[in-house]
Design a protein around this ligand. Structure first.
Ligand code: AMP
Ligand code: GLY
Length: 424
């Protein structure tokens, strides 16, 4: 089989690594890919959001599957277009990707079907939103843009002044463009966060191993929100009891709700959950693998990922037994100093072999390119240094030992990935 993977970050490198282990895969193509990915896949300079360009590329390469990994092309309907042209795909169609593309949609779906989530109201009018926040008089207040905003469209306001400023920045100043023309104001929840990625064919849902992201830029969960600075899997906070509760009250009802709405979801559905004192609740849905969650979950997958893709495409996931190793995995993201704000790129990376790898850990490339045979930084998140161990402690020790051997100017990484999980 030949497979085209859309995207060019660490998540795509993890997906491509999983594909490369399948005896069923001959050639992997990536668009746009990155420096590290180019060692496993032939890369083409087509942007992940360029739907026409990707359809043209698929017509040229004639892949057996197109794996659409990032959110924006899914929300824009890349899968629909590829299916119309006769290509098999992995990823939801636009009418199901809306689960991530519109928080107003996903909150209304959860309300309609009784899926536990934070209480909320939606607004397009700033005065009404501000009046509601005043009336609730409960802080922190959570204010979210309806649409995709690169993870920046969520503001946790600690007092009225911050909440008012957030509402104004979205609804009046258009800081987030169309994504912020409608907003959700919701109740602040507390408790550990868990990510559960799940394979689904629209009828059956098969949750993967749980994981924990570390979204803030700095140690002790300080600093700005990022795309994710590191992950561990499995997540020890996700007990057997929570697992059962989530399957019955969240995972199965969500898949059934989407089907009842005429929006069957096929692909990987990301459940962002909070284990609150009142039970597990949905923080958000994403219509794709998480980044960097994929980097710690996929190394634990023992079933051939192409067999899973087939089962999803043919809607027979209920008959497939998906196997996981009982090990743990940890990923430490090395980012460019200054990320998620301003940062420099083009820095030489030392400590990698000619394949961009290391014998100490697996190196997922997020933002790298190759120039004159050398790996250079090319993005905010640069590398995801990833290791598998018999337990979380050994996976973390291995990953951090490898981090010590890789460097580039102004590299920044968190030193406390997994600490909360280990401390219990
Ligand atoms: P989201 O993009 O919706 O996942 O939000 C980003 C992050 O903001 C989440 O991972 C949570 O840490 C936090 N967050 C979002 N919604 C809430 C909420 N209702 N209560 C507390 N924290 C939240
Ligand atoms: N790591 C969070 C996300 O992929 O959205």
């Amino acid at each position: 089989m030949n497979i085209l993977v859309v995207g060019g970050g660490g998540r795509e490198h993890a997906i491509i690594t999983a594909l490369s282990k399948s005896p069923r895969v001959d050639m992997i193509y990536a668009a746009p890919g990155n420096g590290g990915i180019s060692k496993l896949a032939e890369c083409f300079p087509v942007k992940a959001t360029d739907i026409d360009g990707m359809v043209e590329l698929a017509k040229k390469l004639k892949p057996d599957y197109v794996f659409v990994a990032p959110d924006d092309p899914l929300v824009l309907g890349m899968v629909d277009r590829l299916n119309d042209e006769g290509f098999k795909t992995f990823g939801p169609r636009a009418n199901a990707a809306v689960l991530e593309g519109s928080k107003v949609f996903s909150k209304a779906l959860m309300k309609k079907y009784g899926i536990p989530t934070a209480a909320y109201e939606t607004f397009t009018d700033a005065d009404k939103a501000i009046a509601y926040i005043k009336e609730q008089n409960s802080y922190p207040a959570v204010i979210k843009c309806d649409g995709l905003a690169l993870g920046k469209g969520v503001i946790i306001a600690k007092d009225f002044a911050e909440a008012e400023a957030a509402v104004k920045s979205m609804l009046l100043d258009g800081k987030f463009g169309k994504s912020g023309s409608e907003i959700v104001v919701e109740e602040f929840m507390t408790g550990p966060e868990v990510t559960v990625l799940a394979f689904t064919d629209g009828k059956t849902v098969k949750p993967m191993i749980s994981s924990m992201d570390h979204k803030r830029a700095l140690d002790n969960d300080e600093g700005l929100n990022t795309g994710g600075m590191g992950t561990i899997a499995p997540n020890p906070k996700y007990t057997e009891a929570f697992k059962k509760e989530c399957e019955e009250k969240i995972f199965k009802p969500t898949i059934a709700a989407m089907r009842d709405e005429g929006r069957p979801f096929k692909g990987c559905l990301y459940f962002g959950l909070m284990l609150t004192p009142n039970g597990a609740k949905v923080v958000e849905y994403n219509c794709r693998f998480g980044d960097p969650e994929a980097q710690v979950v996929l190394p634990l997958l023992e079933t051939d990922i192409v067999d899973i893709m087939d089962a999803i495409w043919e809607e027979r996931l209920d008959g497939l037994d998906i196997k996981w190793s009982g090990k743990s995995c940890a990923c430490v993201v090395m980012a460019s100093g200054g990320y998620p704000e301003k940062y420099e790129t083009g820095k030489a990376i030392s400590g990698l072999d000619e394949n961009g790898q290391s014998d100490k850990a697996y190196i997922y490339h997020a933002g790298t390119k190759i120039e004159d045979g050398k790996f250079l930084t090319a993005g905010g998140r640069v590398l995801g240094i990833t290791a598998v161990g018999d337990d979380l402690r050994s996976a973390l020790d291995k990953a951090y030992a490898a981090v010590d051997t890789v460097s580039f100017e102004k590299a920044h990484y968190r030193k406390d990935i997994g600490r909360r999980a280990l401390d219990g």
